[in-house]
Design a protein around this ligand. Structure first.
Ligand code: CUA
Length: 360
């Protein structure tokens, strides 16, 4: 009975262990502590299983009815000692597990918003994309979250529509993003927590709360840089948007101003609340719209074009009724205008490139 079960598990779990996305290969202190809790629980469970299987085997072998023996075994019903033992042991196990779990939960929920050494970050979930604001640095970005290695990131998390959940398996556990209106200058229902990354690299993030037809496509990346490089990235993000140097890109800029600017900002320092993602470093994005490949510039440009032409084909029901939508431009812009627009958008890069080997 156990052999097929373990075979099945081995097959099902064989995909685990990708360091960019696995809670089993932790790259941050939250994930590391969570894993140790998982391990402790698993060891206790294996211990209980061992004892139960052992006792079962003993009973099956030793107390088997012998041929011809028709006596009734000694009845243990109502034994105080036995009742005590099988109540006390589980209570003890549950107590140990709950103390460890509650301690870890509270340590992760620690509010570092007054910690001068922590980097403040606001994470805002939208159907179906992620916005990242650095209130102390005065910049905004989307989809690719840049953080410095080894630093506490103090997060304030909310949503502009339905409930989402912020999850970076390799770095930190799930946290709900609740719809949070601003009331008397205070964000309602925002969740606060902190996390950090202990290694430089790119880690995958997911929305972990069913939020609509494109929930499974609501992905993001966490780009962890050495601190000096992160600071260079911040400075690069603060520079004005690059100006087009070719006539083609200049025409693209016109198209952008006519069609896109109402919803999208081109400069990371433009911190006004806009309906669409900030596009300051769209030419650096590790994926387009969170899911389309962007391994190199050619692939990125092709993905951008595909997204702009028909976003709904990429993310079903991207135009949830009642939300501000990214409309399809297939019929609004000519193929030439689309080319020019993509050319212009591809210029929007900062000169701190994300680490390589970062594809989906
Ligand atoms: Cu957002 Cu699921």
């Amino acid at each position: 009975m156990y052999v097929p079960l373990f075979t099945l598990l081995a097959l099902a779990l064989a995909g685990c262990g990708d360091p960019r996305v696995s809670a089993l290969v932790p790259q941050g202190s939250n994930a590391r502590e969570s894993l140790s809790l998982i391990q402790i629980s698993a060891y206790i469970m294996f211990g209980v299983m061992g004892v139960v299987i052992f006792l079962l085997a003993v009973v099956l072998i030793r107390f088997r009815a012998k041929p011809g023996d028709r006596t009734i075994p000694k009845q243990v019903e109502g034994s105080n000692l036995l009742e005590f033992i099988w109540t006390a042991i589980p209570v003890l196990i549950i107590t140990v597990l709950s103390i460890l779990t509650v301690r870890l939960t509270f340590s992760m929920a620690q509010d570092h918003s007054d910690d001068p050494n922590a980097l403040k970050l606001q994470v805002i979930a939208h159907q179906y994309w992620w916005e990242f604001r650095y209130p102390d640095l005065g910049i905004v970005t989307a989809q690719d979250l840049y953080i410095p290695v080894g630093k506490k990131i103090s997060v304030e998390l909310w949503s502009t529509d339905v409930i989402h959940s912020f999850w970076v398996p390799a770095l930190t556990g799930k946290m709900d993003a609740n719809p949070g209106a601003l009331l008397d200058g205070k964000r309602q229902n925002a969740n606060r927590f902190s996390f950090d990354a202990e290694t430089v690299g790119v880690f995958l993030g997911k929305c972990a709360e069913l939020c609509g037809p494109s929930h499974a496509l609501m992905e993001f990346k966490v780009v962890v840089l050495p601190e000096d490089e992160f600071n260079r990235w911040v400075e690069a993000m603060k520079k004005p948007a690059p100006k087009p140097e070719t006539t083609k890109a200049a025409a693209g800029e016109q198209t952008f101003q006519k069609n896109c600017m109402a919803c999208h900002a081109l400069e990371a320092t433009d911190t006004a609340n806009r309906p669409g993602p900030n596009l300051a470093n769209i030419g650096n994005r590790l994926t387009i719209a969170g899911v389309l490949p962007a391994g190199d510039d050619a692939e990125r440009a092709a993905s951008l074009r595909r997204w702009i032409e028909a976003p709904n084909d990429v993310k079903p029901q991207n135009d949830v009724p009642g939300t501000v939508v990214m409309p399809p431009f297939k019929d609004k812009l000519s193929p030439e205008e689309l080319d020019q627009l993509v050319d212009f958008l591809m210029l929007q890069k900062v000169d701190v490139a994300p680490p390589k080997a970062a594809a989906r």
